[in-house]
Design a binder for this molecule. Structure first.
Ligand code: PGA
Length: 255
């Protein structure tokens, strides 16, 4: 049985003090997870040692990072490497978020290298894909997302794929309050799973958690997570408020 995961992507938000309080409040809500239900918290880099310390000895809640660099070390001013993240106690790394692709011009080829770096350092990858509005309007989103997977993760072995989680995030739904309908989400998640099955095997595809991201909140999480191929969510705005994030975790546990 594949895992369900709710992952918090704090983006570039919160002071250290605010981040500490948010994690305290989430833990105070006692989300009580098990091996099939995991939570990931991905704060800005500067929070990571604090977040890791707060989550030490807490089962099934792991620290993540929002990015890593494509090289292990060297003269890359301002970057943070996968070995550093592993050493700091990080479990997951988000790669290919649409904001990284858009604002930092991250290409498919760079994302393939970042994925390799993360996996080579025993980090689990949350690989993001998703289409902009013009592609959705042209109804070519399936090809767009298949191309993203092909370009950045299809060079991996089936063994490596076991450490990859996919996050489908339609760009038109991120931070806009406009969520994909559960039918749109399910259709795309099924397409992603079928694409993975075509490249690897049905068994390999069935093991990959596929998360939905884009204006996910407690009021729509239950309906989205009820879809057979939606295995949780990557949460931006609603992950910055403990009660909302706990509500989304509760929705994951119901399904
Ligand atoms: P949102 O962001 O939940 O604020 O829409 C999701 C994401 O970008 O990961």
């Amino acid at each position: 049985m594949r895992k369900k995961i709710v992952a918090a992507n704090w983006k570039m938000n919160l002071t250290l003090e605010e981040g500490k309080k948010l994690v305290e409040d989430i833990l105070a809500g006692n989300p009580a997870l098990d091996t099939h239900n995991e939570v990931v918290i991905a704060p800005p880099f500067i929070h990571i040692t604090q977040t890791v310390a707060q989550l030490n000895n807490i089962s099934h809640i792991h620290a993540g990072s929002q990015n890593c660099y494509s090289e292990a070390s060297g003269a890359y001013t301002g970057e943070v490497s996968a070995p550093m993240l592993k050493d700091a106690g990080v479990r997951y790394v988000i790669i290919g978020h649409s904001e990284r692709r858009e604002y930092f011009k991250e290409t498919d080829a760079l994302l393939a290298k970042k994925t390799d770096q993360a996996l080579a350092n025993s980090l689990q990858v949350i690989f993001c894909c998703g289409e902009p509005l013009n592609i959705r309007d042209a109804d070519t989103q399936n090809q767009h997302v298949a191309d993203q997977l092909q370009a950045s993760i299809f060079h991996l072995s089936a063994e490596q794929l076991k450490n990859v989680v996919i996050a489908y995030e339609p760009i038109w739904a991120i931070g806009t309050g406009r969520t994909a309908t559960s039918v749109q989400a399910q259709d795309m998640h099924a397409h992603i799973r079928q694409t993975l099955a075509g490249k690897y095997s049905q068994a390999a595809a069935d093991n990959v958690p596929i998360l939905y991201g884009g204006s996910c909140k407690p009021s729509n999480a239950a309906e989205l997570f009820a879809c057979p191929d939606v295995d949780g969510g990557l949460i931006g705005g609603a992950s910055l408020k403990a009660d909302e994030f706990l509500g989304i975790i509760a929705a994951m546990k119901q399904h």
